[in-house]
Write a protein that binds this ligand. Structure first.
Ligand SMILES: [Zn+2]
Length: 179
């Protein structure tokens, strides 16, 4: 059963969403190496990744570093040097490259799929944090996950109306009825 969140507007935010942070608690969705495998497969980055415990640690470390740099980028404050170094190191690592075979079939060559996926995420996050969509990042008023608000007025409050908006409306409605 997948409890991963995709569709938050950018792969960086989907990756950050593997750590939920509702009201002071933490929900770790990358609890074991096979969770990371499942996330990478569901994100469509590799067909059969096989993460080690070390790569799981690396993934979480990269995720936390990206999150802290992103928070700084949003506030306009200087990010920590170790976080920048880590994100940049991963962004320099090789990603899988598409190759065409003699039978005209496409194959993918490169590092092991998990390493390639983390490098890909790091590259995407650098593009993202230095690009125009940074200004559109919002914190969901329901689940506190980050999402991109592409609406024209830029006043969206929920990551998804179905998931968080409606739930909140219902709670509000119940509260009103009680009083
Ligand atoms: Zn939400």
């Amino acid at each position: 059963m997948s409890d991963f969140r995709f569709g938050l507007g950018h792969v960086t935010l989907d990756f950050l969403a593997t750590l939920g942070r509702p009201a002071g608690s933490r929900i770790e969705r990358l609890a074991a190496p096979h969770d990371l495998d499942r996330w990478i497969a569901e994100a469509g980055m590799a067909a059969a990744p096989c993460a080690s415990g070390q790569l799981l640690d690396d993934a979480r470390e990269l995720r936390e570093a990206i999150r802290r740099v992103l928070d700084c980028a949003r506030e306009g404050s200087p990010p920590g040097a170790p976080d920048l170094r880590l994100v940049n190191e991963w962004a320099r690592r090789p990603v899988a490259a598409p190759q065409i075979g003699p039978d005209l079939a496409r194959v993918s060559v490169g590092p092991d799929p998990v390493t390639g996926a983390l490098a890909h995420i790091a590259r995407e996050s650098v593009e993202f944090m230095t690009g125009p969509e940074l200004a559109r990042v919002r914190t969901c008023a329901g689940c506190t996950l980050l999402f991109i608000d592409r609406s024209r007025p830029g006043t969206r409050r929920w990551c998804s109306m179905e998931r968080c908006g409606n739930r909140n409306k219902t709670a509000h409605y119940r509260q009103k009825r009680r009083t």
